[in-house]
Design a protein around this ligand. Structure first.
Ligand SMILES: C[S@@+](CC[C@H](N)C(=O)[O-])C[C@H]1O[C@@H](n2cnc3c(N)ncnc32)[C@H](O)[C@@H]1O
Length: 250
C-alpha cells in the first residue's frame, strides 16, 4: 500500500514536473515516507475505524481515501503550509457538532479546508442556514462537488455552497458564523484567516464560533483576545466570540 502510493506519487510527479521538479520535492517525499513508516500502526487503526463507520458505503460518496499534499499539485503562497486531506471520522464530527451551541437557522457553517466535503454532508443533518466549503485543492473541490450532487440526488437536504479558494482569501459571509477547522493549515495561514474574521466581526458585530479539531495552533485564536474557549474535548475545542451582541445581522 505504502509502496504503491509512493510509486504512484513519483509517476505523477515525473509526468507533471519532470525530473528536476521531482528531485526538488525529494525532501518532502522523504519526510512523508518517514512519517508514514512511523505511524503505520496509527494508519491501521485509522483504516479499521473508517471501515467500521462506513460513511461512503452508506451514502454512495467518495470521501474516504487520504490524499497527501504532494499528490495535489497545490500552488500559491500557502501550498507548503497545507495539511494533507484526511477525512474527519464521522463520530468526531458528530460529537463536535452536537457540542456546538448556535442558533442553527441563523448560522452559516464554514468548513475551512473542506476537502471532499464529508463534514459539510454530516452538518446538513442540522438546520444550518448555509453550509459553505472552502478548499484550496481543485481536485478535492471537484470531488466535493460530485459528493454534494450525489447527496442531494438521494433526496437529502442542505444549502451547500462550495468554493475553491485559499482560506486566506475567503470573505466571512454576513450573519452568524460557525467556522469549522480540522487542523487544515499552519499558524501563518490561521493567523490571517482569524484576523479576517475578527475584522469582519468588528465591522459587523454578530455571533461567531470556531470549532477547531486537533487545535495545534489554538494560541493564534487565543492571542486575538476576541474568543473564549467554550467547550473542551480531547479532540477539539470550540471557541465563541466575545464580540458585541448582534444587531439583527443575518
Ligand atoms: C484534514 S483535511 C480536512 C477534511 C475535511 N474538513 C473533512 O470534511 O473531512 C485539510 C484540508 O485543508 C485543505 N487546505 C489546506 N490549506 C488550505 C488553504 N490555505 N485554504 C483552503 N484549504 C486548505 C487541504 O487541501 C485539505 O483538504
Amino acid at each position: 500500500m505504502l509502496i504503491d502510493r509512493t510509486l504512484r506519487a513519483l509517476e505523477t510527479s515525473l509526468h507533471r514536473d519532470g525530473l528536476w521538479g521531482t528531485a526538488r520535492k525529494a525532501p518532502r517525499l522523504a519526510r512523508y515516507l518517514r512519517a508514514r513508516l512511523r505511524d503505520r500502526r496509527w494508519y491501521a487503526e485509522w483504516r479499521a475505524r473508517e471501515a467500521a463507520e462506513g460513511f461512503d458505503r452508506q451514502y454512495g460518496t467518495d470521501t474516504s481515501a487520504i490524499v497527501e499534499t504532494f499528490e495535489l499539485g497545490l500552488t500559491g503562497p500557502n501550498a507548503d503550509k497545507a495539511v494533507r486531506y484526511e477525512p474527519a471520522h464521522v463520530s468526531d464530527v458528530e460529537r463536535a457538532l452536537a457540542a456546538l451551541e448556535v442558533d442553527h437557522p441563523r448560522t452559516t457553517l464554514v468548513d475551512l479546508g473542506s476537502g471532499k466535503g464529508r463534514t459539510l454532508l454530516l452538518a446538513s443533518r442540522y438546520p444550518f442556514k448555509r453550509l459553505v466549503g472552502v478548499e484550496l485543492a481543485p481536485a478535492l473541490h471537484a470531488v466535493a462537488v460530485e459528493n454534494v450532487r450525489r447527496w442531494k440526488a438521494a433526496g437529502r437536504d442542505g444549502e451547500f455552497s462550495l468554493e475553491c479558494v485559499d482560506a486566506t482569501r475567503f470573505e466571512p459571509p454576513p450573519g452568524d458564523l460557525a467556522y469549522y477547522l480540522f487542523n487544515p493549515f499552519g499558524a501563518p495561514v490561521l493567523e490571517r484567516v482569524v484576523q479576517r474574521l475578527v475584522d469582519s466581526l468588528a465591522a459587523s458585530p454578530r455571533e461567531a464560533s470556531i470549532v477547531y479539531v486537533f487545535p495545534a495552533h489554538r494560541a493564534v485564536i487565543e492571542a486575538t483576545g476576541r474568543f473564549r474557549a467554550q467547550h473542551e474535548d480531547p479532540r477539539f475545542t470550540i471557541f465563541h466570540s466575545l464580540a458585541p451582541q448582534r444587531r439583527g445581522a443575518g
